[in-house]
Design a binder for this molecule. Structure first.
Ligand code: ZN
Length: 425
C-alpha cells in the first residue's frame, strides 16, 4: 500500500506527472483486485474494473470498441482508476512476422496502446493492470509511458501468514490454544485467499463435529484439504524441497557476495514466485541496460551457477531447480562472445544480430557453421570456468553456506542485512 500513497492523484494542478500504467504482478489469490480497489478508495476516486478475458470473448471488432468506450467514460470521470484484471488475456506477445494470428486480440491490444498513448500523464486517468505472467506480455505494453511501473504482489512469508491468520481468526470462533505459527508453518506457500479458505474449512469441520469453535486439529486438517486443492496450481513445497531451495538460493547470494564486484543482495526468499522460480535472490542492480564490464558479466555467470553449486556442495545431488539459471548463464556467455566482443578468439567481430528489437525478438547467428561450432565450444568453456570458480568459493565457505541456508529455511525470507550479518560474524 505504501507505494500508492506516494502517487499524488490530486497533484495535476501543480504540474507533476503521475504514472499512466502500473502493473500489479503476483500469483492468483494474493489480492491484486483488492489492492486496486483500495487504491481507488484511498484516493477517493471512481473505479472502473474489467477483466482482460471479457475483451476477447466477444465478436471480432467488439474488443477494440469496448476499450474505446471504457476510456471515453474514464476520461469523463477523471481523476479515476481503471483496473484491467488478467491483462495477459489481451496483452500477450504478438506474432512476430507473418499474417494472421489472433486478430481480435491484436486489435484490442492495439486499441489499448493507442488509448494509453493518447492521453497525457496528467489527465488523471491511472491504469492498473494485474497479471501473474508478466514475462508473457507484449513488450510494447511495458515500454516507458505505458505500463512502466511494476508492483510485486507476492505470496506472504511466514510472518505475513501469521498476521493474515490472526485477521481471519477474528471472524470465526476458535479454541484458545491455537498455535498460529504452527499453522502458518504448515501452510507454507499458501496465498491470502488460501488461508481464508483454511479458516472456512476449519469452521465447517467444527460444525460437522458438533462443536461451536474450531480447534488446532480442525485447522491442521483443513490445511491439507485446501492446500491439496491449490497444490496443482501453485508450487507448495515439501520440507525436503524447501531445504534444497534454501541451499540453492543461499548459493546464489553467497557467490554474489563473495565476489567483490557483485552487487549486495537485498532480499532472499524461498517463497515460490510468480515466474515459476521456486526461490528468488534479488540483487540491487537488475537488468542489462547499464554498462557492464567483462569481469562483472563473468561474476554474474558465476552467481547464476551458485544455486546449483550449493546443491552439489551441501546435498551431494543436483535438481532441476537450476534450469532458468542455466539458460541465463548461457545467454550471457554467448553474448560476451558473439555480441560484446569479449573473447580472444573472435575479438570485436559481431557474430549475432538481434532481429526485431521492437518486439523483443531473439538474436540470430550470422556466421558460418564452423564458427558456430567454435562459439558453442567457447560458451561451454566460459560457463565451466565460472562454475568452477563458484564451486571453489562455496567449498571454502561451507560453514557459512550451511548456517545461512538453515537460517533462511527457518525464516523463509531474509534481508540483505541479515545475510551480511551472518556472513561477517
Ligand atoms: Zn537459481
Amino acid at each position: 500500500m505504501e507505494y500508492f500513497r506516494q502517487i499524488p492523484l490530486k497533484c495535476t494542478n501543480i504540474g507533476v506527472t503521475m504514472p499512466k500504467g502500473v502493473l500489479l504482478v503476483g500469483p492468483p489469490g494474493t489480492g491484486k483486485t483488492m489492492l486496486a480497489k483500495a487504491v481507488a478508495g484511498e484516493a477517493n476516486v471512481p473505479f472502473f474494473s474489467i477483466s482482460g478475458s471479457e475483451f476477447v470473448e466477444m465478436f471480432v471488432g467488439m474488443g477494440a470498441s469496448k476499450v474505446r468506450d471504457l476510456f471515453k467514460q474514464a476520461k469523463k470521470k477523471a481523476p479515476c482508476i481503471v483496473f484491467i484484471d488478467e491483462i495477459d488475456a489481451i496483452g500477450q506477445k504478438r506474432n512476430t512476422g507473418g499474417i494472421g494470428g489472433n486478430d481480435e486480440r491484436e486489435q484490442t491490444l492495439n486499441q489499448l496502446l493507442t488509448e494509453m498513448d493518447g492521453f497525457e500523464g496528467n489527465s488523471g486517468v491511472m491504469i492498473l493492470a494485474a497479471t501473474n505472467r508478466p514475462e508473457s506480455l507484449d513488450p510494447a505494453l511495458t515500454r516507458p509511458g505505458r505500463f512502466d511501473r511494476r508492483v510485486p504482489v507476492d505470496l506472504p512469508d511466514l510472518k505475513g501468514r501469521v498476521a493474515i491468520l490472526k485477521v481471519h481468526a477474528k471472524k470465526i470462533r476458535i479454541a484458545d490454544d491455537v498455535d498460529f505459527e504452527r499453522v502458518a508453518r504448515m501452510a507454507s506457500g499458501a496465498s491470502g485467499a488460501a488461508l481464508a479458505n483454511i479458516f472456512n474449512e476449519a469452521a465447517l469441520r467444527a460444525v460437522r463435529n458438533g462443536r461451536g469453535f474450531a480447534t488446532q486439529a480442525d485447522l491442521e486438517e483443513s490445511i491439507e484439504v485446501v492446500i491439496a486443492g491449490y497444490q496443482k496450481k501453485n508450487a507448495i513445497l515439501s520440507d525436503k524441497e524447501k531445504m534444497a531451495v534454501a541451499y540453492h538460493e543461499i548459493g546464489h547470494a553467497l557467490v554474489a557476495a563473495l565476489q567483490t564486484h557483485s552487487a549486495p543482495v537485498q532480499k532472499i526468499t524461498i517463497i515460490p514466485r510468480t515466474s515459476g522460480a521456486l526461490g528468488y535472490t534479488m540483487q540491487a542492480e537488475e537488468g542489462d541496460h547499464y554498462l557492464m564490464t567483462k569481469e562483472e558479466i563473468e561474476n554474474k555467470i558465476a552467481t547464476y551457477t551458485g544455486g546449483r553449486v550449493a546443491e552439489e556442495v551441501a546435498l551431494g545431488s543436483v535438481s532441476t531447480g537450476a534450469s532458468n539459471d542455466i539458460e541465463q548463464a548461457t545467454k550471457l556467455a554467448r553474448a560476451m562472445i558473439a555480441r560484446y566482443g569479449m573473447s580472444e578468439e573472435f575479438d570485436m567481430v559481431a557474430l549475432e544480430t538481434v532481429s526485431n528489437q521492437y518486439l523483443g525478438g531473439d538474436a540470430s547467428l550470422v556466421c558460418s557453421a564452423e564458427t558456430q561450432t567454435q562459439v558453442d565450444r567457447l560458451v561451454v568453456e566460459l560457463v565451466k570456468k565460472q562454475h568452477d570458480k563458484a564451486r571453489k568459493l562455496l567449498m571454502e565457505n561451507r560453514d557459512k553456506l550451511q548456517e545461512l541456508a538453515l537460517y533462511l529455511y527457518e525464516k523463509e525470507t531474509i534481508t540483505g542485512d541479515e545475510f551480511m550479518n551472518i556472513l561477517k560474524a
